[in-house]
Design a protein around this ligand. Structure first.
Ligand SMILES: [Zn+2]
Length: 307
């Protein structure tokens, strides 16, 4: 008796979980759906620029930066796009570890999704490649620090550390230059475009007439995509943990940003015209901390990327 009572309690507790579902025996079983008319959840997510966020016994949640789509997979279960009911999911089939739903849902969900707040977000697939650009090089030294060393040296040191940390994390990282050579700005962007990079990160160090100017700055192009802004935010959040102060994310049409087709950010690591920041930027162990922070920010961006 106690077992039966326990089962009843369990069933009652489970009821709120199946919100969004009708009782079995609804209208979902009308007709057979051929494989041509159905689509796997993974494929549907890819077509809609969503990622599969959660799969439970009762529902599947798909997400991107602007949209949350929930599909209740029980009989008569409904689809919700940003908490608004869209209709019934229809026939749900499970085969070979995959869940299949009617293909017609793709266009219905797409038209209900928000698009106005996601400029630049497309459904293109990830290339798995990040391009790291060490600013300046060769005949172009960049800024000269108040301690006498050149910006191009700091940029290359930090960029190299970021690239090797990313590789350790399994990310394909490509450097625009790995030694003291000069590359045109358009050439740097062209490398990112050739690799169809998921992210282009240009690394620089700042300089100002005032020796008191300090802190790191993130830049994105004026017409930057939502993805570029998210990358800048993820990297800035991580860099703030190094102790450098953040000057926020700014918009400027640097040529490397404008000519890169995918998400692109430019980091000014700190001020070479400020003696304490110049000392830090020259220091190899601080460069390691900076590189760790930038690599973590990039990884966090990639983990949530809807490109
Ligand atoms: Zn520079």
């Amino acid at each position: 008796m106690r077992t039966v009572f326990g089962l009843i309690v369990l069933l009652l507790l489970a009821l709120p979980v199946i919100t969004g579902c009708q009782q079995p025996g609804g209208s979902a079983d009308d007709g057979l759906i051929s494989s041509r008319d159905e689509i796997s959840i993974q494929e549907m997510a890819g077509l809609l620029g969503l990622r599969v966020d959660e799969t439970t016994a009762t529902h599947i949640t798909l997400k991107n930066v602007s949209n949350t789509v929930m599909l209740f997979t029980c009989s008569g279960g409904k689809v919700y796009v940003n908490a608004r009911p869209l209709g019934e999911v229809g026939m749900v089939n499970r085969r070979g570890g995959q869940i299949y739903v009617p293909r017609s849902l793709v266009s219905q969900i797409r038209s209900a999704m928000r698009t106005s707040v996601r400029p630049g977000v497309s459904t293109r697939r990830s290339s798995g490649c990040v391009v790291i650009d060490a600013g300046h090089g060769g005949k172009d030294p960049g800024a000269t620090s108040c301690l006498g060393f050149h910006e191009k040296t700091v940029n290359l040191a930090v960029a190299g550390k970021v690239a090797s940390l990313l590789k350790q994390r399994g990310v394909r990282a490509v450097m625009t230059r790995s030694n003291d050579t000069f590359i045109e700005l358009e050439g740097r962007a062209a490398i990112a475009n050739r690799y169809d990079a998921d992210l282009f990160v240009s690394i620089h160090a700042d300089s100002a007439p005032s020796s008191s100017a300090r802190g790191f700055t993130m830049y994105v192009a004026r017409s930057a995509s939502w993805s570029s802004l998210r990358a800048a935010s993820a990297i800035a959040k991580s860099m703030a943990r190094t102790g450098l102060s953040s000057r926020g994310t700014r918009r400027a049409d640097f040529r490397v940003l404008v000519h890169t087709q995918g998400p692109a950010v430019l980091i000014e690591l700190g001020y070479l015209s400020n003696s304490s920041e110049a000392r830090l930027l020259r220091d190899s162990s601080f460069q390691n901390r900076l590189a760790q922070a930038i690599a973590s920010g990039i990884s966090n961006f990639l983990a949530r990327a809807v490109l």
